[in-house]
Design a protein around this ligand. Structure first.
Ligand SMILES: [Zn+2]
Length: 410
């Protein structure tokens, strides 16, 4: 009868399978329409066929309608391998990748996996195919060795993560909320650290605004005839970057930086010409807000500051919300925390610590449903960069961590 030890030995010998899987998965160029692609259809269909061929037959395809792609929908694939109990370790991996960006910045073709020793290079190999491949080799090994794990393995291969998840996990949670029980264990391996010691448990809210000041354009030699929107816009950018941090000064050591941040960004040039008093000026504001702070209070404060500037400079200020992503925090000591920490320590020999993140993962969608999702993996965070890379060793070890979570008696 194969044992847990046989399972981890099998995973640690999966080098060739990892290279083959990464090579195939990368070749699909599964970009969303926002990223100039045709979605995840081919990649997910290949995945589905691979799972079936490897004996994993408990599959459910959840299609989010999307007329922008050839297939007419964005595929989300759920797969399960039953354990001794119904209690499930859910692992989430997104199938979409971002565009390769500037080709000249890549040493090799981004869509053809290139290997140098332990490293695989290519778009998507780290984000999020390392997680995908770690999960696949585990599923394959369980089937091949005929091991029934203590817990059930639940796999969610999602579309549309890079562009907001409305056709991905957001859709799955809306259509099939009954799939996920708050008692289960949830792992999103889509952020991490090179030493595998960081578990992300909370995310700041990400609220983005477009702020447009309108004055009156005129010739720069007679500025008294106009109202300089650029000057007003600059005063507003300065005011928000100075006043909002004072108004929302709460601090939380879980995060780095520990405070909420308010960054004026992406100023847009409306008028061309040095001899013109600009009648319009636009900038954006990127706010990263701690979970303890109410996003609507930030918006109100922003509107108050804008009102002051509008009166003082005789301009009109229009504020549009570009994105309002609420902060999220998983409850401490949730069902998965101890299990994950113990599994990481067993495989990587470290003592993992909890932290918060300024960016966002799909864990926020789960946490907003009351699910204590944790984010962890062993990666160097080269996602979205040229020469994105993934370690074969880390892929194998991450898979061993997942295996430990399935087997743990915690
Ligand atoms: Zn990702």
């Amino acid at each position: 009868m194969p044992t847990f030890r046989n399972l981890t030995e099998d995973l640690m010998a999966a080098d060739d399978t990892i290279v083959a899987l990464q090579t195939k998965l990368t070749s699909f160029q599964a970009r969303s329409p926002e990223q100039g692609g045709d979605g995840e259809e081919e990649k997910t269909e290949w995945l589905r066929t691979w799972l079936l061929a490897h004996g994993i037959a408990d599959l459910e395809l959840i299609r989010a309608p999307d007329t922008r792609v050839t297939s007419g929908s964005r595929p989300n694939l759920i797969a399960k391998i039953p354990g001794e109990t119904q209690e499930t370790v859910w692992i989430f991996a997104h199938t979409d990748v971002v565009d390769a960006g500037d080709r000249s910045a890549w040493t090799h073709d981004p869509w053809t996996v290139h290997r140098e020793g332990d490293w695989l290079f290519g778009r998507g190999v780290e984000d999020n195919q390392q997680a995908l491949v770690s999960t696949l080799i585990l599923a394959d090994a369980l089937q091949r060795l005929g091991i029934v794990p203590r817990r059930t393995l639940g796999m969610v291969f999602m579309a549309d993560e890079e562009s907001g998840s409305a056709h991905g996990l957001g859709y799955v949670l809306e259509k099939r909320p009954e799939l996920f029980s708050a008692k289960d264990i949830y792992l999103v391996p889509d952020f991490g650290s090179p030493d595998a010691s960081v578990i992300e448990i909370a995310e700041k809210g990400a609220c983005w605004y477009r702020i447009e000041c309108t004055g009156k354009q005129c010739h720069a030699s007679t500025p008294e005839k106009g109202v300089n929107a650029f000057v007003a816009s600059s005063a507003l950018a300065l005011a928000v970057s100075e006043e909002l941090p004072k108004l929302f000064s709460k601090s939380d050591p879980l995060f780095s930086p520990p405070v909420s941040t308010f960054v004026p960004s992406m100023p847009l040039t409306v008028t061309q010409g040095i001899n013109i008093v600009p009648g319009k000026a636009i900038f954006h504001l990127d706010c990263r807000i701690l979970p303890e702070i109410d996003e609507t209070e930030v918006k109100k404060a922003l509107e108050n500051i804008a009102g002051d500037i509008a009166r003082r400079y005789s301009v009109a200020v229009d504020i549009q919300t570009v994105q309002m992503q609420k902060a999220s925090r998983a409850a401490l000591n949730g069902p998965g925390e101890k299990v994950l920490k113990e599994a990481i320590s067993a495989v990587y020999g470290n003592s993992p610590r909890l932290r918060g993140l300024g960016g966002g993962t799909v864990a926020a969608h789960l946490r907003h449903k009351g699910i204590a999702a944790l984010v962890w993996s062993c990666i160097t965070n080269t996602c979205h960069e040229p020469n994105e890379r993934s370690s074969i060793t880390a892929t194998k070890k991450d898979s061993c961590v997942f295996a430990h979570m399935l087997d743990s008696t915690q």
